[in-house]
Design a protein around this ligand. Structure first.
Ligand code: 26V
Length: 795
C-alpha cells in the first residue's frame, strides 16, 4: 500500500521495468492491475477474518446474472486512489483513461436485473454489510452487437483472458452436482434415507471476485461457479466425449434473453448448478448449527431463476442431514426471500414437469410434495377454482416458479411502488391474500459511486466544492443542491460540465464508430434492451413525424436535436430486431437529407453495454423512459440519468412515478396513459388502433407512408411493423400515446429555449436523486428482510 503519489510512481515504474524494455499501454495496464489486486487483497483477507471472528449474519444474493462492468477504474475509485494514480501516471506520460479502455467488461448479464445485482454488491460492501453474491461464470458474456445493413448481428464475447483475470479460481471449494439418476430409498444408520443413484456428476468450481466497498475497508465476495467434468464415476450409458462436451456447455454462455421464457434444458442445468453449488458451499460452513440457519444467514433470490434453492435446501436438510419435513420446511422458509422483477406473462418462468423430473428427479419429488402440502392446507378454506388455479405450483404438467418462490420464502418484494401494487392487487392477488404479510416493496436503486462519482468525476467534483463531500456517504444530502438551482454561477458550471461530457461522448463515438455529432444539439437518449413494451418504435415514429413536418411546413425549423439509441434485441426476438432495422433505415434517410439533418440527427450506438452507458448518461439532456404504463417493473437507467442532471420524458410507469414524485412533475415531461387505463383496455379488449388512425390526419399519413414502404427497406420490414400496429392491435399502445408523446417533446423544446431554466431543472433533478442510491435500497432490505449488522472495517 502506498500513501503518496511519489511512492506510487516509484513502485509502478519499478514493476514496469521488471516487465522488460517494451513500455506498451498493455504492460502499464498489467502493472496497474496487479498493484490494484494487491491493495484489494489485504482488505479482502481482513474482511473475511472479521466475519469469521464475529460470526456475523451473512447475506447471500443469488442471481443468474451479475453485470458488473469494468472493474479496474471502479476499484481505484472506491479505494480513493483514482486521482492520485491518474496524476502519477500523467506525470509518467500515461493516460489512466486509456489504460482503463483496455479492459473488456465482463458482460455477465442482459440488462436491468443483472446490473441491479452489481449495484447491490457495491452498496453492501460500501455500507460495510456482510453480503456476498453467488452467480455463474459464463465463458461468453452477452453477445457483441454489430450492424450489417442495419440489421443486428451477434458475435460471441469472450471476456476471460489467459492471465490477470478479475477472478481467482478456488479449486479447494469445488463441489459435485448430481443430474439425472434414479431416486432410491436406502437404509442408513438412522433409518431410511432418499438417495440419487447413478447420477451424472458435474463439478462446480468457484471463481471469486473481490467487491471493494467505498474507502476500501470492506471487501466482500462475488463467487461465480464454472461447470467442469467431475472426478467421480462418469455417467452410465454416455460416451465420455459427449459428457465432456455437455458439461463444458453448461456455463459456456449467458442466455441472451431478457424477459422471454425459454424453457431449455441447458438453462435448467445452469439454474440448478447455481443453487446446488451455492447451498453446498453455504451449508459446509454452518454444519454444526443448521438449526440456527435463519439467524446466521439470509438468502435473497433475484427473480425466480434461483428458485430451485427452495427444494434444494429441503433436499440437503432431509436427505443429507436426516431432518423431518416440517423442521426442514420451517428453516427453509425462514431463510429464503424472493424478489420479483417482472409481471410480463411471457417472462414468468414455467418449467415442463417432465424436464425437471428427468434432469432433477429428487428435486421434482420435493416440489411435488411442497405443492401437495400447500394444496392440502387450502382444502378447508373454500377457495374457488380460479383462486386454486392461481395458487397451484404444479398444474397441467407445468411448474410455476413464481408460485414456488412465493410459497417457499418468508418475504416477497416488488421493485417499485407501482410494481408492488400491481403484484399485490392483480398478478399475485391470491398469493398476497394467502400470505398477507409476505409482500413488500423495495424500490430499486443505483450505486452513485459508479454512476455519478466515477462516470461523472467533473460533476461530482463540482458538487463536492459546493456542498462538501458528505453526500458521497449520505447521497440523500444531494438535496442540499436544491438551493444552488437558483445560483447563476453554479448553473453555469453545471452547463460547462454537461458540454464537457458531451464532448467526451462525441470523442468516444468518433473513435469507436466514426460518428460525428453536433455538440450544441439537444442530446436525447433512449438506451435499454429492445422490447415492444419499451417502445423504441414510438420514439422513431415520432422522429418520422418531425421529419414530415420539417419537409411540409417551411415555418417549422426546430432547435437541432440528436436522438441516440442504444440496446440489443434477444436473437430470437424477431419484432425487436425489425425495430432496430427500421431505426437504422430511418437514420440513413434523415441523416442524409440536407434540410432535415440541420434539425434532426439519429445516432444508433452499436453494442450498448455498461461502459457505453458510462459515456452516454452523463452527456444526456433528455432521458427517454417511455414504456407502456404497467409494463416496466422499475427501470434503473431512469435513475442514472436523473442523477446526472438529465430531464426525463416518461410515462407513469415503474420507478418513473417515484422520480416524478421526488422532483415534481414540473421538472419532468410526463405523458401518456396511466397503468389503470392500460390494464382496463387490456381487460376489456377495447382498444382499437384503427380509431386513432382514422381520427388523426398526421398519424394517418404516417401509417400510409409506412405501408408504402417510405420508411423501411424491403417489404418484409414494413409488413412487420405495420402488422404489429394494425393487425395485432398495437399491443403496446404506441399509436394511442403517440400524440401525447409528441406534445411532451414540444414542451422540451420550449423549455430548452431558456438555458438557465433548463439548467435549473437539471440541478433540481440531481438534488432529488439521492433517494435512488442503492445504499438506501440495501439499507431497507437489511432493516426489513435480512437483519444484517454493520461490521465496521478497521480503517
Ligand atoms: C428472464 C429471462 C428468461 C429466459 C432467458 C434469460 C432471462 C433473463 C432475464 C430474465 C428476467 C427479466 C426480468 C428483468 O430483467 N426485469 C427487470 O428488472 C429490473 C431490475 O429490477 C427492472 O428495473 C426492470 O424494470 C425489469 O424489466
Amino acid at each position: 500500500m502506498f500513501t503518496s503519489k511519489e511512492e506510487f510512481k516509484k513502485s509502478f515504474t519499478n514493476r514496469l521495468e521488471l516487465k522488460g524494455t517494451e513500455k506498451s499501454l498493455e504492460r502499464a495496464h498489467e502493472t496497474l492491475w496487479e498493484m490494484t489486486c494487491e491493495w484489494v487483497q489485504e482488505s479482502w483477507k481482513r474482511t473475511n477474518q472479521l466475519y469469521e471472528e464475529n460470526q456475523d449474519k451473512q447475506l447471500y444474493y443469488m442471481s443468474i446474472e451479475f453485470l458488473i462492468g469494468r472493474v479496474l477504474g471502479q476499484n481505484l475509485q472506491n479505494l480513493n486512489f483514482y486521482n492520485m494514480v491518474k496524476e502519477g501516471l500523467d506525470e509518467l506520460g500515461l493516460e489512466l483513461s486509456e489504460i482503463e479502455e483496455l479492459e473488456i467488461e465482463p458482460g455477465l448479464g442482459n440488462g436491468g436485473l443483472g446490473r441491479l445485482a452489481a449495484c447491490f454488491m457495491d452498496s453492501l460492501a460500501s455500507l460495510e454489510l456482510p453480503g456476498h453474491g453467488y452467480g455463474l461464470r459464463y465463458r461468453g458474456g452477452l453477445f457483441t452487437q454489430h450492424f450489417v445493413n442495419g440489421n443486428q448481428t451477434e458475435q460471441p464475447t469472450n471476456w476471460i483472458k489467459d492471465t490477470n483475470n478479475v477472478d481467482t479460481r478456488r479449486e479447494d471449494l469445488a463441489v459435485d452436482i448430481p443430474y439425472y439418476g434414479e431416486v432410491q430409498l436406502v437404509m442408513g444408520l438412522d433409518g431410511m434415507r432418499t438417495k440419487i443413484e447413478n447420477p451424472e456428476w458435474v463439478k462446480a468450481v468457484p471463481y471469486d471476485i473481490p467487491i471493494v466497498g467505498a474507502n476500501g475497508g470492506t471487501v466482500n465476495t462475488l463467487r461465480l461457479w464454472q461447470a467442469e467434468v467431475s472426478d467421480r464415476s462418469p455417467s452410465v450409458g454416455k460416451e465420455y466425449a459427449v459428457y465432456e462436451r455437455e458439461t463444458a456447455h453448461i456455463t459456456d454462455r449467458l442466455y441472451p434473453d431478457d424477459s422471454l421464457e425459454t424453457g431449455k434444458i441447458l438453462r435448467l442445468k445452469q439454474q440448478y448448478l447455481l443453487c446446488s453449488a451455492s447451498l453446498q458451499n453455504i451449508i459446509s460452513n454452518h454444519k454444526s448449527s443448521l438449526e440456527k440457519l435463519p439467524d446466521s444467514i439470509a438468502i435473497q433470490i433475484n427473480d425466480t431463476h434461483p428458485a430451485l434453492a427452495v427444494p434444494e435446501l429441503m433436499r440437503i436438510l432431509i436427505d443429507d442431514y436426516a431432518w423431518d419435513w416440517e423442521r426442514a420446511w420451517d428453516v427453509t422458509t425462514r431463510t429464503i426471500s424472493y424478489t420479483n422483477h417482472t409481471i410480463l406473462e411471457e417472462a414468468m418462468e414455467k418449467w415442463d414437469s417432465h424436464l425437471i423430473q428427468s434432469l432433477l428427479p429428487r428435486i421434482y419429488l420435493i416440489i411435488e410434495e411442497i405443492d401437495r402440502r400447500f394444496k392440502e392446507s387450502l382444502q378447508n378454506q373454500e377457495k374457488d377454482d380460479e383462486t386454486l388455479h392461481k395458487l397451484s405450483i404444479i398444474e397441467n404438467g407445468v411448474i410455476k416458479m413464481a408460485v414456488l418462490a412465493v410459497v417457499g420464502s418468508y418475504k416477497v418484494n416488488g421493485v417499485a411502488k407501482l410494481h408492488t401494487e400491481i403484484l399485490k392487487k392483480r398478478e399475485m392477488k391470491e398469493l398476497n391474500e394467502q400470505f398477507p404479510n409476505k409482500f413488500h416493496n423495495k424500490t430499486n436503486g443505483i450505486t452513485h459511486r459508479r454512476w455519478l462519482i466515477k462516470a461523472n468525476q467533473e460533476l461530482s467534483g463540482l458538487i463536492t466544492e459546493t456542498i462538501g463531500s458528505q453526500w458521497m456517504k449520505e447521497p440523500e444530502r444531494l438535496s442540499e443542491l436544491h438551493y444552488f438551482s437558483q445560483n447563476q454561477n453554479f448553473l453555469q458550471d453545471f452547463q460547462t460540465i454537461k458540454s464537457l461530457k458531451k464532448e467526451q461522448l462525441i470523442h468516444h463515438l468518433q473513435r469507436d464508430q466514426n460518428i460525428i455529432v453536433d455538440p450544441s444539439s439537444i442530446f436525447d437518449i433512449h438506451i435499454k434492451r429492445f422490447h415492444g413494451y419499451k417502445r423504441q418504435l414510438m420514439n422513431i415514429l415520432h422522429i418520422q413525424m418531425l421529419y414530415d413536418r420539417i419537409k411540409r411546413d417551411s415555418t417549422y425549423r426546430p432547435y437541432p436535436r440528436t436522438f441516440f439509441f442504444g440496446g440489443k434485441a434477444a436473437p430470437s426476438y424477431h419484432f425487436a430486431k425489425q425495430v432496430i432495422k427500421m431505426i437504422n433505415t430511418v437514420a440513413t434517410k434523415v441523416n442524409n437529407d440536407p434540410l432535415a439533418r440541420q434539425h434532426l440527427h439519429i445516432v444508433f450506438v452499436e453494442n450498448y453495454n455498461v461502459t457505453q452507458a458510462e459515456y452516454l448518461i452523463p452527456a444526456a439532456d433528455v432521458s427517454e423512459q417511455i414504456s407502456t404504463a404497467s409494463k416496466e417493473a422499475s427501470g434503473t437507467g431512469n435513475m442514472k440519468f436523473m442523477m446526472n442532471g438529465a430531464l426525463t420524458i416518461g410515462t407513469f410507469d415503474g420507478a418513473n412515478v417515484e422520480i416524478f414524485e421526488q422532483v415534481g412533475q414540473e421538472n419532468a415531461f410526463v405523458f401518456g396513459m396511466r397503468a389503470e387505463q392500460v390494464m382496463e383496455y387490456e381487460k376489456n379488449h377495447s382498444y382499437n388502433p384503427k380509431e386513432i388512425i382514422e381520427s388523426d390526419v398526421e398519424i394517418e399519413k404516417l401509417m400510409e407512408e409506412l405501408v408504402k414502404g417510405d420508411w423501411t427497406e424491403g417489404k418484409a420490414n414494413a409488413d412487420f411493423i405495420v402488422g404489429q400496429l394494425l393487425h395485432d392491435g398495437d399491443p403496446y399502445f404506441v399509436l394511442k400515446d403517440l400524440q401525447s408523446y409528441a406534445k411532451a417533446h414540444e414542451k422540451i423544446l420550449d423549455a430548452y429555449a431558456n438555458p438557465v431554466k433548463w439548467a435549473e431543472m437539471g440541478v433540481k433533478n440531481i438534488a432529488a436523486s439521492g433517494i435512488f442510491s442503492s445504499d438506501r435500497t440495501i439499507q431497507q432490505y437489511s432493516d426489513d428482510v435480512w437483519h444484517l449488522t454493520k461490521v465496521p472495517s478497521i480503517y
